[in-house]
Design a protein around this ligand. Structure first.
Ligand code: GDP
Ligand code: IMO
Ligand code: MG
Length: 427
């Protein structure tokens, strides 16, 4: 009966992949509901490390059926490469289902993503350059190409010719780029479809029937709350809805089916790309966090911006997602600090804000108000139960729990599956 949502509480890379993988064996379906190959989810199983971009982390579970929902945007070449890469390592993708309604990232989306970023200059978003924004723009403008369009080559060519009439004008006349040929693009995508057709399904219907039969569906968000196009630090966001509300629109599962929303939150904060980040550390401490936490992007390899834990951001995530449980990741990274600063509010031009300021201008001027919690020196990566943590680490965790307003169900003390403290059942 129940559907469970997993959502990132900060600016992405919280460890959603690991958290999803941990629950994978206890659920029947794992569904990606938005985003595309801008996501990078690392899952470490024993000595093996897997970097997933489009496939839900449930693909690594022996039980769950992985589903790419209608809200995802798909670059077929990337998806085929990912499937081939996993199968060559002995991971079967046979059960994969792909929504017929998912939109396709086309070559002109990737070209436009890169060129518009260049034109924005110092105002650029710092996108992953994978064509995500332009694909969602076309979806909203009702000129997108969907997976099901590949079933009918005639329709595909018609749609492509129509859309390229405008895109090629923009590419050649505004941006001085080469135009894209409709026929060659159709041929390329139809060839990809030969590989992907077997996975295409009415996934909303499949999930609904599964829920009716008492099966458990996990809805896996990519990106995170602060990158949500409505609820994030707009315009420095992605172009979809990673927040829990987006899980319904992006999967076809109705809201009354959702019984649990798990927020994944890192014991400190990171961000890739431009935009406000009040607790950012630009000096030595920031470098220490980056090095110790190995904070480099899975998708683009970019160094992540780093900073202390921001309880205002996390409380906001609890509110907009209706988070019922938190998974706290990367606690092990903070070992060795004498004191651990935690941002509990902001000072904006002399006024204390306990919530994110209403306007972007105020948020840009937010200065963190810190509380300092006692640190711990011990390496905690071998801890397996809450009681194994040093008293100060326990106190740090309990303080965060109080500040963010939802109980923890698990704590990560390392990248591997076994480096997890389970406090409550995850599924
Ligand atoms: P996602 O995008 O939210 O899935 O997160 P990423 O995979 O991009 O980034 C999280 C990184 O931290 C990955 O390299 C994980 O293997 C790693 N990781 C996850 N949980 C933990 C943890 O508890 N401790 C440590 N040290 N690393 C972790
Ligand atoms: P996961 O799922 C961190 C950021 C980009 C950029 C902004 C818009 O691994 O947490 P886009 O290419 O989506 O138009 O870029 O969003 N971004 C991410 N940052 N983790 C991600 O995914 C991200 N996906 C997009 O860096 O600032
Ligand atoms: Mg990531």
């Amino acid at each position: 009966m129940p559907a469970i949502v997993i959502v990132g509480a900060q600016w992405g890379d919280e460890g959603k992949g690991k958290a999803t993988d941990l629950i994978g064996d206890d659920v029947d379906y794992v569904v990606r509901y938005q985003g595309g190959n801008n996501a990078g989810h690392t899952v470490v199983i024993g000595a093996e490390s897997y970097a997933l971009h489009l496939l839900p982390a449930g693909v690594l579970s022996s039980k769950a059926t992985p589903v790419i929902g209608n809200g995802v945007v798909i670059d077929p070449a990337v998806l085929i490469e990912e499937i081939d890469g996993l199968e060559s390592r002995g991971v079967s993708c046979d059960r994969l289902l792909i929504s017929a309604n998912a939109h396709l990232i086309m070559p002109y989306h990737i070209a436009l993503d890169k060129v518009t970023e260049r034109y924005l200059g110092s105002s650029r978003i710092g996108t992953t350059g994978r064509g995500i924004g332009p694909t969602y723009s076309d979806k909203a403008a009702r000129v997108g190409i969907r997976m099901q369009d590949l079933l009918d080559p005639g329709i595909l060519c018609q749609k492509l010719e129509l859309v390229l009439r405008e895109k090629n004008q923009v590419l050649t006349k505004v941006y001085n780029r080469r135009g894209i040929d409709a026929k060659a693009t159709a041929k390329e995508y139809l060839a990809h479809f030969e590989r992907l057709q077997r996975y295409v399904a009415d996934t909303g219907l499949v999930l609904s029937k599964a829920l009716d039969q008492g099966e458990v569906v996990l809805l896996e968000g990519a990106q995170a709350t602060q990158l949500d196009v409505d609820h994030g630090t707009y315009p420095f966001v992605t172009s979809s809805s990673p927040t829990a509300g987006g899980a319904c629109a992006g999967s076809g599962v109705g809201p009354t089916r959702i019984t649990k929303v798990i927020g994944v939150v890192k014991a400190y904060t990171t961000r890739v790309g431009a935009g406000p980040f009040p607790t950012e550390l630009t000096g030595e401490q920031g470098q220490w966090l980056r090095k110790t936490g190995m904070e480099y992007g899975v998708t683009t390899g970019r160094p992540r911006r780093t900073g202390w834990f921001d309880a205002v951001i996390a409380r906001y995530a609890t509110r907009v997602n209706g988070i019922t449980d938190y998974f706290l990741s990367k606690l092990d990274v903070l070992s060795g600090l004498e004191r651990v600063p935690v941002c509990v509010a902001y000072d904006v031009n002399g006024t204390r804000h306990d919530e994110i300021p209403m306007t972007q201008t105020d948020f840009h001027h937010a200065v963190p108000v810190y509380e300092y919690l006692d640190g711990w020196r011990e390496d905690i990566s071998a801890a397996r139960e809450f009681g194994d943590l040093p008293p100060n680490a326990q106190a740090y965790v309990r303080s965060l729990e109080d500040m963010i307003g939802a109980p923890l169900c698990g704590i990560g003390v390392g990248p591997r599956r076994d480096q997890t403290l389970r406090l409550r059942p995850l599924a």
